[in-house]
Each structure stands twice: as structure tokens, then as C-alpha cells.
Design a protein around this ligand. Structure first.
Ligand code: CTP
Ligand code: MG
Length: 385
């Protein structure tokens, strides 16, 4: 492995008193994974290669190693796991003792910031790797009005314009950070305070709302809700193929084409709409057009395919999904779709109530779509909960 210039110390050795679980906080489950694994996903998603040092409670070092290696995947050679101490500062110090040779920039990150995005880690890492002795911390403006109180009495207003909330990861040049830690006498709540206490400059980069720290049960529930929203997006795919039949009219994408051979098949053979239905059903996890509507069902013989589309949309909505968009690609030697593409897109978009894009290509003369014996439509759909 090439020796990385960067190390990321992920502190996960706290007990999580305020969260109130028996399990230490970083090992509490959030949406099917531990908080630590979520945090490490952000870390291993960063573009900068880094030695990743996980600081775990002593009894959970082996479990932390399993979690870290799973999160690292092919990058498991970059992982070091050590036991932490009684305070956050002691845990960071334990992590710093494991720094590999060749590392000259160090990020310190809270495992409790489970949803901190990789982009934030890259932002801090880039600023520190650019050189200089300043520490780099992510910050967000304070948006609420701030008051000074004495008991429950408001005794003054505080100008919030020069106040920020700070987050992790916080980045520092290695030599200066190690010296600051070696000389620290007080306990600090973050590394920037310790670093500034040693006389160094600290600068901010923009923070990320998703990098909030999970401290209370409310925070854990909020993180779960954000993850729910993300996984409420689903995609689906559908393909339909029909043979040409010049005894029937051509309906494609819900519009009529004069003077073109039609498509054989149950209903009107509109392969574009059939592929869209399959993609929508697939996205919503509802099976496919054949199993839903039965290709032999007499009530659908010769039916306009728009009937299937309406029924499909009702099923998708009934399952709690809203359609984001649908895209269709037609592969055929004929008809020429380009002149009517906009019309088809507008018509289908109105039926679906979401954007529908339609594209067409030939298959360069190859196969049944090339020799004019049949037509293929491929559709994808995106739905959200
Ligand atoms: N941390 C640590 N070692 C400690 C204390 C804290 O590694 N002795 C880590 C936590 O695991 C967490 C981060 O520092 O990722 C921020 O600390 P905090 O949110 O305060 O976590 P806890 O100390 O675990 O929670 P609490 O203060 O509610 O007990
Ligand atoms: Mg704490």
C-alpha cells in the first residue's frame, strides 16, 4: 500500500450517556447498521486516501475492527483500531499514537456524526493538505437568535453574526497537532480549542447540516428519518418487444401513426406504454404487467394501452409511491420517432403526471429490430415514497 499523507482518527470510544442506551453510542444501531459503520462509510467515500484510525472502547476493539474492515472493503489495509480513554481528549491522544510514518496531515472526526458526507471530509482534507499551520474546522452559521440568561431570566441579547456552530472532521498538520497534544494541560471539548490553546490559528470551511452529532434520542430518530427519506427512492426497468403486423394500426407512445405497420399483440401492442408500465411496476415492487393484468384477460383484448397505464399508476400510488420520472428508449428501424418525439413526450407526461422522456435509435441493421421484423422499447422509472 502506498503510504498516505493523510490520517483520519475516528473517535468512537464514548459511552453515549445522553443517548441512554446500554451499548456504547457508536455501536448503537441506526437503520440496520451501527453508527460507527455509517460514519466510516462517509470516511471511506472520501477521495483522499487515508490511514483510518478507529478509537473504540477497550472491550469493543475486536468488534470495531470487524465493522471497520467491512466498511473499508478493499481499503481494509488502511485500517488501524486502538482502544480509547476516559475522555474524548484521551481517546484522540490514543489515536494519535497510532499514526503511520508518512502522514503529515491529521483529521479528527466524531463517529457520532454518522451522516457526515464524504464531501465534507474532502473539503477539510484538501484545506489541510494544501499546507500551512492553521487548523481547519467545518462551521455553520448560527441561525437562531441567541440570548444570555441568568436562570430563566433573559439578561441580554448576543449578536449572532460572528457566531458559528462547529463540527468535525477537524484537520491539522501532524507535527503541530502532536506538539499541542503533548503540551495540553486542560481538557477541551474539541481539538480546535486545544490547538488554539497552543497558540495556533484555526480557520473555518463551510460545514454540512447532515454532519450533526447524534447526542440525544431525538438526534438518533432524526438521523433514521433522513436515511428513510433517502432509501425511499426506487428505480425500475421494463422491456417490451412486439412483431410488426401490417393488418393493424400503429399506436406507439399513445399516439397514432398513419401509413405504418402496426404491432401485433394483445391490446393495441403499444410497446412504449407496455415498457413504461413494467418499469413503474418494477420500481414500486409490484411485479409486472403480465402478472398484474394477465395477457390473456379478455377485457383487455384490443384495449388501448392507456388503460394499462392508468391502472398501473393507480397501483403505484396505492402502494404509496409518487412517480419521479420515466425514460423510454425505442430500438427500431421504423417508424421515425424524431418528428413526433415532443408530441409523445407531452402526451405521456400528461398521462403520468411526471416528466417522460422518449428517445429512439436503430440497431444498425442488426437483429429483429434492424431487419424491420419487430420493435423494442426499454423503459426506466423512478419513484419516491
Ligand atoms: N468519545 C471518545 N472517547 C471518550 C468520549 C467520547 O472517543 N471517552 C467520542 C465519542 O465516541 C463520540 C465523540 O467523541 O464519537 C463525541 O463525543 P460525544 O458526542 O460526547 O459522545 P459520548 O461521550 O459517547 O456521549 P455522552 O457525552 O452523551 O456520554
Ligand atoms: Mg461526551
Amino acid at each position: 500500500m502506498d503510504a498516505p499523507r493523510l490520517a483520519i482518527v475516528v473517535v468512537a470510544a464514548g459511552s453515549g450517556t445522553r443517548l441512554g442506551h446500554e451499548t456504547p453510542k457508536a455501536f448503537v444501531e441506526l437503520h440496520g447498521r451501527t453508527i460507527l459503520e455509517h460514519a466510516l462509510h462517509g470516511v471511506f467515500g472520501a477521495t483522499h486516501a487515508a490511514q483510518v484510525i478507529v478509537v473504540a472502547p477497550a472491550p469493543l476493539v475486536a468488534q470495531a475492527r470487524t465493522i471497520a474492515e467491512r466498511a473499508a472493503g478493499a481499503a481494509s489495509g488502511y485500517v488501524t483500531v486502538v482502544a480509547g480513554g476516559d475522555t474524548r481528549q484521551a481517546s484522540v491522544a490514543a489515536g494519535l499514537r497510532a499514526l503511520a510514518d508518512g502522514v503529515d496531515a491529521v483529521l479528527v472526526h466524531d463517529a457520532a456524526r454518522a451522516l457526515a458526507p464524504s464531501a465534507l471530509i474532502d473539503r477539510v482534507a484538501s484545506a489541510v493538505l494544501a499546507g500551512g499551520e492553521a487548523g481547519v474546522i467545518p462551521a455553520l452559521p448560527v441561525v437562531d437568535t441567541v440570548k444570555r440568561v441568568d436562570g430563566d431570566a433573559v439578561v441580554g441579547a448576543v449578536d449572532r453574526s460572528d457566531l458559528v456552530h462547529v463540527q468535525t472532521p477537524q484537520g491539522f498538520p501532524r507535527t503541530e497537532l502532536l506538539a499541542a497534544y503533548a503540551g495540553a494541560t486542560d481538557d477541551h471539548t474539541d481539538d480546535a480549542a486545544l490547538y488554539a490553546g497552543a497558540g495556533h490559528r484555526v480557520v473555518t470551511v463551510p460545514g454540512e447540516p447532515r454532519a450533526f452529532k447524534i447526542t440525544t434520542p431525538w438526534d438518533l430518530s432524526r438521523a433514521a428519518r433522513l436515511l428513510d427519506a433517502g432509501s425511499g427512492i426506487r428505480t425500475g426497468v421494463g422491456i417490451d418487444v412486439h412483431r410488426y403486423d401490417d393488418t393493424v394500426p400503429l399506436w406507439l407512445g399513445g399516439v397514432y401513426f398513419a401509413d405504418e405497420p402496426g404491432l401485433a399483440g394483445h391490446s393495441d401492442g403499444d410497446a412504449v406504454i407496455h415498457a413504461m408500465c413494467d418499469a413503474l411496476l418494477s420500481a414500486a415492487g409490484l411485479g409486472d404487467i403480465g402478472s398484474r393484468f394477465g395477457s390473456a384477460a379478455p377485457e383487455f383484448a384490443g384495449a388501448a394501452s392507456e388503460v394499462f397505464l392508468r391502472e398501473t399508476l393507480a397501483l403505484v400510488e396505492g402502494a404509496g409511491y409518487r412517480v419521479g420520472n420515466v425514460a423510454v428508449q425505442v430500438i427500431a428501424a421504423r417508424p421515425r420517432l424524431a418528428p413526433r418525439r415532443m408530441e409523445i413526450e407531452a402526451h405521456l407526461g400528461e398521462l403520468v403526471g411526471a416528466p417522460v422522456s422518449v428517445a429512439a435509435t436503430t440497431s444498425d441493421g442488426l437483429g429483429f429490430a434492424g431487419d424491420g421484423s419487430g420493435l423494442v422499447a426499454i423503459a426506466t422509472a423512478l419513484v419516491t415514497r
